[in-house]
Write a protein that binds this ligand. Structure first.
Ligand SMILES: [Zn+2]
Length: 283
């Protein structure tokens, strides 16, 4: 599932490929992929709009066009590819945006949960997001305030896009391990040095993942714009490494379920929080 580093990799590659190009239309065989407009309206409105920039906010790709914004959420399995008109059709590219040089920006999405919004009011969608997990404007102070205001456990809090935007299951586990914090620790009870460790861990993990061009877990999983896999999987410390040694201390990595999500921890490096009567049973 694409998270901030995979979306950032797309944003950079798409900016290099598309800035200055204009869209000449859109078509879809899965209209639910365009929830903001009917497909014919989407097509008419997109036509002729030049791409001014491509960026990212949380896990959204943000295309700044001449009069609108194109916002894309990749959800479970969305991927982009740029194809020449003579390239073989991709039956899993349900939505296709045509470009003025004759090529196509194909949105390949086997699970069909991905969404494209064409809107003049991007804040209606992006305004719900918390501060971006990697933006330079997201200071330690702001991050600490977001956490301290909530009497919730660390992992579900990190996954909540309205608290901090961009982190999903893989990078939540990696960040908590790097910060030596248990996923069930309470956000309003960790100490200031622990909050600071978590803040820097999140940034380090996301930055490393971007440098390695994201995590590709499965055969059908994330690929970049050119169809290449990311190299972060081989650099993961805990995620997907159940039973393998912790890179820091050698203990076998445990797998727990936290907030319904498979969660990977080293119980030596990340001791469970002390029970206080309100804690759920420890594993
Ligand atoms: Zn360890």
């Amino acid at each position: 599932v694409p998270e901030l580093p995979e979306v950032e990799t797309y944003a950079r590659d798409l900016a290099a490929a598309l800035v200055g190009r204009a869209f000449t239309g859109a078509r879809t065989t899965w209209p639910r992929q365009m929830p903001s407009l009917a497909p014919a309206e989407f097509d008419a409105r997109l036509r002729g709009q030049r791409v001014l920039s491509v960026g990212r906010r949380g896990k959204y790709l943000v295309f700044r066009l001449e009069t609108d914004w194109l916002l894309v959420h990749l959800k479970m399995s969305g991927r982009f590819a740029i194809a020449t008109p003579t390239a073989p059709a991709d039956p899993l590219a349900h939505t296709i945006l045509a470009l003025d040089d004759g090529s196509e920006l194909r949105f390949h999405d086997p699970r069909k949960f991905g969404r494209l919004y064409l809107t003049a009011q991007p804040h209606e969608i992006l305004g719900r997001l918390g501060p971006d997990a990697l933006s330079a404007t997201t200071s330690l102070r702001l991050f600490a305030d977001r956490l301290a205001a909530r009497r919730r456990r660390l992992k579900p809090l990190l996954l909540d896009q309205t608290v901090v935007a961009g982190i999903g299951n893989i990078y939540a586990d990696e960040s908590l391990w790097r910060a030596r914090l248990h996923p069930l620790g309470r956000a309003d009870r960790i100490s200031p040095p622990e909050v600071e460790r978590l803040y820097w861990a999140v940034r380090w993990v996301l930055g490393r993942a971007i440098a390695l061009r994201g995590t590709s877990l499965t055969r059908g999983g994330y690929r970049d714009l050119d169809g290449r896999t990311g190299r972060m999987r081989q650099a993961l410390a805990v995620y997907g490494r159940t039973g393998k040694p912790c890179p820091r201390c050698g203990r076998a990595i445990d797998r727990l379920i936290v907030a319904g999500r498979g969660t990977h921890v080293c119980l030596t490096c990340q001791p469970p929080p002390a029970p206080d009567g309100n804690e759920p049973p420890r594993r």
